[in-house]
Design a protein around this ligand. Structure first.
Ligand SMILES: [Zn+2]
Length: 421
């Protein structure tokens, strides 16, 4: 359960795998329900040698624990962590470590590179692992660029989760339109228009620079007085990559922070929908191929596996509800081999009850796990080998439910036809 990806944005399948790891960790209990399972959150920038010396102190303190078995178990876990992190290095996001004697008297060690930086150092000893801070990091957080643009000024902000940052607040020097009259009025108007154009161009460049370079965002929402009727967003000065990210425009009366706040309120529904836009687009692509009978899709576990074998897959779509683990078991009495599939939330129960499970052939209870496969990880590996992408689709929207219910949760969009169409 070690993973090594750092700071770059993780794909949906990587986040899915992390979520699965957390689900498994949450099912684990200490061997005798004692408070001997250690959860350790290490912030970035902390030296692991410093952590080791702190753990050494804890090791000393643990000898005072009243219950001798618990004390020994804590010390064993600490020793195990100290030995392991000797050969590890801290990452840009820090490290999260879980270690201790679990259910079957087994010393387990798991290290995870979190998807976001660890905020504060935590050391917890309990009868379970503490995964709450990791879970928190997995909440979806899209970054949005928010722009208020008007003749009088412009404000640029970035919104991520509940965190709003004003990046720039600019004032324009475009003169107000005065009433003059005759020749000088027309000349003055022309100068005002030139100044306004120059201002809008400058703001277009600023928008490009902010949202493509300094603060890259996934989507942009633009507000301003009568912005919905303005041609500003069609301007050539705005980079096409920015244009592609614009989700919508809203007429907003204010500028500055007040304008940004009003924009967020107006765009509330759009922001919520956007989280799922990418997933829905992929599903629409799949359903369009299906409807037009192009032969460029397939679905079902067996079919998708076959398509992957033929390197014919462009994108694998997997429902988040598909979380199966397949165990390969061998009977130590008669040598019989069987497969057993469980869902991830029953993983720990299954392992703990294995000793009472009977071999279907000889009836003995000496089955042993010789291999376990996580369906999604397995498909991911196959996808990587052939350059296919893999996307996890939630069931928070109708198209996601369709994938899960109508197509068994596994489908693929193909690069070329593989069946006799
Ligand atoms: Zn047997």
């Amino acid at each position: 359960m070690t993973d090594t990806k750092e700071n770059k944005k993780r794909t949906s399948v990587e986040l899915y795998e992390l979520r699965q790891s957390i689900k498994r960790l949450e099912q684990k209990k200490s061997f005798n329900m004692s408070t001997s399972l250690i959860s350790l959150y290490i912030p970035p920038g902390t030296r692991l040698s410093d952590i080791r010396s702190q753990l050494l102190d804890e090791h000393g303190t643990a000898s005072n624990i009243k219950d001798k078995n618990t004390g020994k178990a804590v010390q064993a876990a600490l020793t195990s962590i100290m030995a392991r992190i000797k050969n590890m290095r801290n990452t840009e996001n820090g490290l999260v470590i879980f270690c201790g004697m679990t259910g079957l008297n087994k010393m387990e060690f798991h290290s995870i590179v979190p998807p976001e930086p660890v905020g504060i150092k935590l050391y917890m000893c309990d009868n379970k692992f503490h995964t709450e801070p990791l879970r928190e990091m997995l909440e979806p957080k899209t970054s949005y660029g928010l722009v208020i643009i008007s003749r009088g000024g412009a404000t640029f902000a970035v919104l991520r989760g509940n965190d709003l940052k004003i990046i720039r607040d600019e004032e324009s020097h475009v003169p107000k339109k005065h009433k003059m009259g005759g020749q000088s009025q027309r000349r003055f108007q022309r100068l005002v228009e030139e100044a306004a154009n120059a201002w809008y161009n400058k703001m277009a460049q600023m928008m490009n620079e902010i949202y493509l370079e300094s603060f890259p965002v996934e989507a942009i929402i633009v507000g301003g007085p009568a912005i919905s009727n303005s041609k500003y967003l069609e301007s050539k000065a705005i980079d096409y990559r920015i244009k592609e990210k614009i989700l919508g425009t809203f007429d907003v009366g204010y500028t500055g922070k007040a304008g940004i706040k009003e924009l967020i309120e107006q765009a509330q529904d759009l922001l919520q929908d956007f989280e799922l836009v990418k997933e829905r687009k992929l599903m629409q692509q799949f359903l369009t191929h299906l409807g037009k009978d192009t032969g460029l899709i397939t679905y079902g576990e067996k079919q998708v596996r076959e398509a992957l074998e033929k390197a014919a897959v462009d994108i694998v779509l997997i429902s988040e509800e598909v979380d199966r683990i397949t165990f390969e078991l061998k009977c130590n009495s008669c040598g019989n081999e069987i497969n057993d599939t469980v869902i991830v939330s029953n993983y720990e129960d299954y392992i703990n009850n294995l000793s009472s499970k009977k071999c279907p052939k000889c009836g003995d209870t000496s089955l042993e796990i010789i291999n376990e496969k996580d369906l999604v990880s397995e498909l991911k590996q196959k996808a990587e080998e052939t350059g296919a992408n893999i996307e996890i689709i939630s069931t928070k929207h109708e198209d996601g439910m369709v994938l899960y219910k109508a197509f068994g949760g596994i489908a693929a969009i193909l690069r070329y036809k593989i069946y006799g169409y």
